[in-house]
Design a protein around this ligand. Sequence first.
Ligand SMILES: NC(=O)c1ccc[n+]([C@@H]2O[C@H](COP(=O)([O-])OP(=O)(O)OC[C@H]3O[C@@H](n4cnc5c(N)ncnc54)[C@H](OP(=O)(O)O)[C@@H]3O)[C@@H](O)[C@H]2O)c1
Length: 351
Amino acid sequence: MSENITTTRTMTAWRQSRYGGPEIVSAERVDVPAPGDHDVLLRVRATSLNAADHHLLRGEPLLLRLGLGLRRPRNATRGIDVAATVVAVGARVTQFARGDEVMGELPGGGALAEFAVSPAARLVARPAGLDAVTAAALPLAGGTAWQALEAGAVADGQRVLVIGASGGVGTYTVQLAVLRGAEVWALTGARSEQLVAELGARRTFDYRVTDVDALPAATFDAVLDIAGTAPLRTLKALLRPGGTLVVVAGDGGRMLGPLGRMLRAVFVSIGGAGRRIRPLAAVAKPEVTRELASLAAAGRLRAVIERTFTLSEAREALAHIDAGRTVGKVVVDVDPFADQGRTGRRSTPEF
Ligand SMILES: NC(=O)c1ccc[n+]([C@@H]2O[C@H](COP(=O)([O-])OP(=O)(O)OC[C@H]3O[C@@H](n4cnc5c(N)ncnc54)[C@H](OP(=O)(O)O)[C@@H]3O)[C@@H](O)[C@H]2O)c1
């Protein structure tokens, strides 16, 4: 246990006691969690919400509940991405100390709250010059984009198609592909075409007007499917021999969700002139978060933030994500006064 906690305190946390839509969450007073030996206690500065939070909130696909909890998720508080200040460290934590600014992905969530606990190994230092709101927008979506580009072996001089370029994962995928030297074509909603071009896409298409099968066949070294609606065989036909389709998303109904499409991808990938299909299951990679943070701090990677909410507006923030129409990211600025040396109306625990 931590040596630093001397007082039991309570905090505000947004919690769910069952699966459902954003209306089921409520702000509750609960105990500040205690860090274990390998954990740190964080004062949350900001969290960004992801499609994963929507899945955990609703318990969908239903198959997920076998692992997450049949009636409610084990962790009642959403918010995986976090930027935070370390306020206490577990007995075996050596890499962080009180006062360090950190960022990363909390296993299962917990950041829609004033305090959260995380294994120290899941976190990296937040670089100077990277504000907390931007830092919170990076880890999960940026990490997924990074892993998708790795899976697609995207490299300098290649032509890449990004389908679903305007969301959290999509906006990072376009930028990181361009940073790798690829020429990016993007399918996106009409309202986001200009944004996606500004992020570096050479050509953009409105997905409601241009079907994927209207794009030139055998043209792309990699197709990164972040929308999950087009037939896999159609997407495969867009690849040059030796090219790779990376399946990031899928629309497979309430029971299986993306898993059905991911399984189909394995079968469709058999045969086909060396054209590969790779289903992606991204995982938290602190070393990737560190790279993303340093690119963002250097001004080379932009976090597109559609809207920032306060902690008291967490339900609205979840509803925004739940609607699936986000352009870039949605961030909850949990402690907007921290940079001014104040903590708003929040009580300050003594450690
Ligand atoms: N495999 C993994 O490990 C992994 C990890 C993270 C996320 N994901 C999945 O990746 C997907 C994207 O996540 P996200 O957080 O980036 O979602 P998001 O931010 O909610 O994406 C929403 C955006 O996608 C656009 N869009 C919707 N349907 C589209 C289509 N058919 N074609 C092109 N664009 C479309 C929307 O544009 P309009 O509003 O203009 O229509 C909106 O801007 C989700 O399905 C998520 O579950 C998978």
